[in-house]
Every structure is written in C-alpha cells, then in structure tokens.
Design a protein around this ligand. Structure first.
Ligand code: 5GP
Ligand code: ZN
Length: 111
C-alpha cells in the first residue's frame, strides 16, 4: 500500500497546499500544534531524515526558505521526527515548520 504523503503528492488525498515545485511540496498539517503548522516533503518517497541522501537537503533548504516567504514569516521552528521512538508516525520524510507570528513558541518538555 502506498504511503499517505505519496497519496497527497498525487492528489489522491486532498491537502491545503502552501507551495509546490517539481521536487517538493508544503501543505498544512491536519492537526496543527501551533497557529502555523506546515509539513514540507520531498515528492520522491524517502522514509526519514537518516536514510535520505544528503544532496536533497540543499534544494530542500532553499524550498523551506521560500515556504517561510510564502507564509510571510521570519521566525519559525523546524522539526523532523526521525524514527518511531522519536515520534515519527508517517514514514515519508517531512519537516514540520511551526510558528506563532503573534507570540512566542514554547520549548516543551519532551520527556
Ligand atoms: P510525524 O509524527 O510523523 O512527525 O508527523 C506526522 C504529521 O502528519 C502529524 O503532525 C499529523 O497531524 C500529520 N498528518 C497525518 N495525516 C495527515 C493527512 O492526511 N493530512 C495532513 N495534512 N496531515 C497529516
Ligand atoms: Zn511516501
């Protein structure tokens, strides 16, 4: 069975898109933990950060900066949960971009 984010890339599952190019897609998280919560993914399936080729992150970093511009934010937090024990639930690489333009993000206690 194909992964849920691959289905979002194909449009088989709807998503609220923020930005897209031929290699990457940014869309709003369905269950936001902050006023802005966007997921940024490569269109090509890769499971997680640690098994993704380094080469992809150069272009992905550029794309992430463009997502921030699109959202009109300068301050944000990037998170990737790498593996089940780190909280990863969807095994298609994604970077969470979270922001609170009117305030401050907490730094939560994680354990
Ligand atoms: P993880 O825990 O793997 O780092 O994060 C997975 C994220 O994907 C969660 O924040 C969850 O809310 C989000 N998510 C799961 N399914 C969907 C979906 O079908 N659509 C959208 N937009 N987000 C999803
Ligand atoms: Zn996938």
């Amino acid at each position: 069975m194909e992964c849920i984010f691959c289905k979002i890339v194909k449009g088989e599952i709807p998503s609220k898109k923020v930005l897209e190019n031929d290699k990457f897609l940014a869309f709003y998280d369905i269950n936001p933990v902050a006023p802005i919560h966007v997921l940024i993914i490569p269109k090509e399936h890769t499971e997680k950060f640690s098994d993704t080729p380094n080469e992809i992150f150069n272009e992905m970093a550029e794309f992430i900066k463009n997502v921030a511009k699109e959202l009109n934010i300068t301050d944000y937090r990037l998170i990737t949960n790498n593996g089940k024990a780190a909280g990863q639930e969807v095994f298609h690489l994604h970077i969470h971009m979270v922001a609170n333009p009117d305030g401050k993000l907490k730094w939560p206690k994680l354990v």
